[in-house]
Design a protein around this ligand. Structure first.
Ligand code: NAD
Length: 365
């Protein structure tokens, strides 16, 4: 029986997770999948209960689960505590314990929301991109790193190291190719191999892997500066974008901006020992308790979980279609509201998506 560990976290994390769980439970009944659920504390709520942002018991529970569905962590209450005890440390510990080496960030422009993008509608129409970012290596973790005093009168010198091994590149590239096979069969790998040795290895390794294991997937390479331009020039041409940690960090935010709202963006962190599915947004202290948070990012994260951790493609795409149908019927939470549309709260948005799911399954029977 597949096991899901649910970690609602803090702030609106608890509100949106409750809604996506109710959608998941309907999927559970419809598909007669016997998921089992467990819940755990992480972040500020765990600090309040145990004095630390995550307990060893929760980490072990995550390792024993098939997937983790997370809300969001943090908030003003825990802002001034020591760095190593901050809520976000709990999230980092969780990612580390599952060896989450690939961050998946889809950027989809729903036609009903195409006007919300800062780019022209005709440019963003049909955008459906998956950014696969390497998460545990590269310049953010490379050694040597540090700051030292120079003795030549130039003041201080600070340095970081961009390093990747063949196996680190291969495992994240394999993830990108496998995802492309479930989509439109194209990978764009981003590097800076005209300048950096580590990126020559990146390009050579991705090319070799593509040739040997994924000859059916189209592979193109772009230098990161060109990729940043092409992403706003012709975003609809991209399918899966593969990048190292730093380039992926920047490119995934650029891709997200094409779509308009934070409340619509799901994500996954996939590792050797498990996977975490969570909205990109944080705990939104400014709207907590008001019942206005957009639950769609969390619901779409849960759909990603069904697709990537449980291979339930039909269920995942039925959720995505239900979200799209509700948007097409002009329902909007406050963050994506425009004049002339119907404003709804968190729970109502969840119920509308659930009704849509029930109706489509009834029609299919
Ligand atoms: P945030 O994402 O929480 O909020 C930014 C803005 O977007 C706010 O105005 C908020 O109301 C709005 N927003 C976010 N999600 C929304 C949703 N689903 N529906 C409607 N509006 C939404 O970022 P922040 O304000 O910078 O951070 C707040 C707290 O969250 C901080 O403690 C931060 O450390 C934490 N945080 C956690 C995560 C995470 O858990 N992965 C990510 C980012 C920030």
């Amino acid at each position: 029986m597949p096991k899901i560990l649910v970690i609602p976290g803090d702030g609106i994390g608890t509100e949106v997770t409750e809604v996506s769980l109710s959608v998941l439970k309907t999927i559970n009944e419809k598909n007669q999948v016997e998921f089992t659920f467990d819940t755990a504390l992480l972040g500020g709520c765990c600090i309040d209960a145990h004095g630390i942002p995550v307990t060893e018991e929760t980490l072990e529970n995550a390792r024993q689960s098939d997937a983790v569905l997370l809300g969001a962590v943090g908030g003003p209450k825990w802002e001034n505590i020591e760095h190593h005890l901050k809520p976000e440390r709990g999230l980092l510990e969780l990612r580390k314990c599952l060896d989450a080496f690939a961050n998946l960030r889809p950027a989809v422009v729903y036609s009903a929301l195409a006007d919300a993008s800062t780019l022209k509608k005709e440019i963003v129409q049909g955008v459906d991109i998956m950014v696969v970012r390497e998460l545990t290596g590269g310049i953010y973790f490379g050694h040597p790193r540090g700051t030292e005093q120079t003795d030549n009168g130039e003041g201080k010198r600070a340095f970081n190291t961009l390093t990747y091994s063949t196996s680190e590149i291969k495992r994240v590239a394999r993830t990108a190719f496998e995802i492309a096979r479930k989509r439109r069969n194209k990978v764009t790998s981003i590097d800076k191999s005209n300048v950096l040795e580590s990126m020559v290895l990146w390009r050579d390794t991705v090319t070799e892997l593509g040739k040997c294991e994924f000859p059916d997937v189209t592979l193109e390479h772009l230098y990161v500066d060109n990729a940043a331009m092409q992403l706003i020039r012709r975003p609809a041409d991209f399918d899966v974008i593969l990048a190292g940690n730093m380039f992926g960090d920047i490119i995934s935010d650029e891709a997200a901006q094409l779509t308009g709202s934070l409340g619509m963006l799901p994500s996954a962190s996939v590792g050797e020992k498990g996977a975490i599915y969570e909205p990109v947004h944080g705990s939104a202290p400014d709207i907590v308790g008001k019942g206005v948070a957009n639950p769609i990012a969390s619901i779409l994260s849960m759909a990603m979980m069904l697709r990537y951790s449980f291979d339930m493609e039909t269920a995942a795409s039925s959720i995505e279609k239900a979200v799209e149908a509700v948007l097409n019927k002009s329902y909007r939470t406050s963050d994506i509201y425009e004049e002339g549309k119907t404003r709804v709260g968190t729970e109502e948005m969840g119920s509308l998506i659930l009704n849509e799911l029930r109706e489509t399954s009834a029609a299919a029977e």
